[in-house]
Design a protein around this ligand. Structure first.
Ligand code: PGA
Length: 255
């Protein structure tokens, strides 16, 4: 049984003051067991948020990382630096980085970043998912296959908790449109079969999160699917009450 993981992706939101307050509220309200929690603030607020979460059950993650270790890479931040200020997780291949922010990140760059994150013993959260056009063309599973294979090229892990995957259909992110539980399960089962092909038995223990308009009122049903092990939450992670309600729903779904 995988302990469900609920990660908040704050994207480019909050201020130093509101980030610290939100982190404190999440830390104080986190369930004592049965569900793991993490928050991914904007990079500049990561140390403040790590401080606010210190001693609590809430881990901290980054939303991006450089693939190089150190040196003359103006504007970049390495995995070692993220670790130094208290990060545990690093989001990689988020659809906004693949499709929205210019220049777009491709699977090759995502793979380089993922290997850099693993080398520092941080936990990469590889996001995969199809656009609406790709779903309508019947290409959902092919897109997931390509993003998984290329994103995880050359990756070796010794334990299931060294890697997290997030299935995030692009058409469901920030749109209020959520995948049906059956659509989520189908994509997650496919993702798990790809993990099994690469990592064998370890695949059973690797958390596969669902992301895309997960809210307190739909979290329980989605998290009840056999291959859904929690969520990557955007909009609803900016309100502590909603984020904690999703965590509670995930906990109840897996009891
Ligand atoms: P959303 O975002 O919950 O606002 O749809 C999810 C994500 O981008 O990870």
């Amino acid at each position: 049984m995988i302990t469900p993981l609920i990660l908040g992706n704050w994207k480019m939101n909050t201020t130093a003051a509101t980030a610290a307050a939100l982190a404190r509220e999440v830390a104080q309200g986190a369930p004592a067991n049965g569900v793991s929690l993490g928050v991914c603030p904007p990079l500049v607020y990561l140390p403040i948020v790590a401080e606010a979460c210190r001693g609590s059950r809430v881990a901290v993650g980054a939303q991006n990382v450089a693939y190089e270790k150190n040196g003359a890479f103006t504007g970049e931040v390495s995995a070692a630096m993220l670790k130094d200020v208290g990060a545990t997780y690093v989001l990689l291949g988020h659809s906004e980085r693949r499709h929205t922010i210019d220049p777009h990140e491709d699977d090759r760059v995502i793979n380089r970043k993922l290997l850099a994150v693993l080398a520092e013993k941080l936990v990469p959260v590889l996001c995969v998912g199809e656009t609406l056009a790709e779903r309508e063309a019947g290409r959902t599973m092919d897109v997931i296959t390509t993003q998984m294979k290329q994103g995880l090229a050359g990756v070796k892990i010794a334990a299931a908790n060294e890697l997290v995957i997030a299935y995030e259909p692009v058409w469901a992110i920030g749109t209020g449109k959520v995948a049906t539980p059956a659509q989520a399960q189908e994509a997650h089962a496919h993702t798990r079969s790809l993990l099994r092909a690469q990592f064998g038995e370890l695949a059973k223990g690797i958390a596969i999160l669902y992301g895309g308009s997960m809210k307190p009122d739909n979290a329980r049903e989605i998290c009840s699917q056999p291959d859904v092990n929690g969520g990557l939450i955007g909009g609803a992670s900016l309100k502590s009450a909603d984020f904690l309600a999703i965590a509670k729903a995930a906990l109840e779904a897996t009891r």
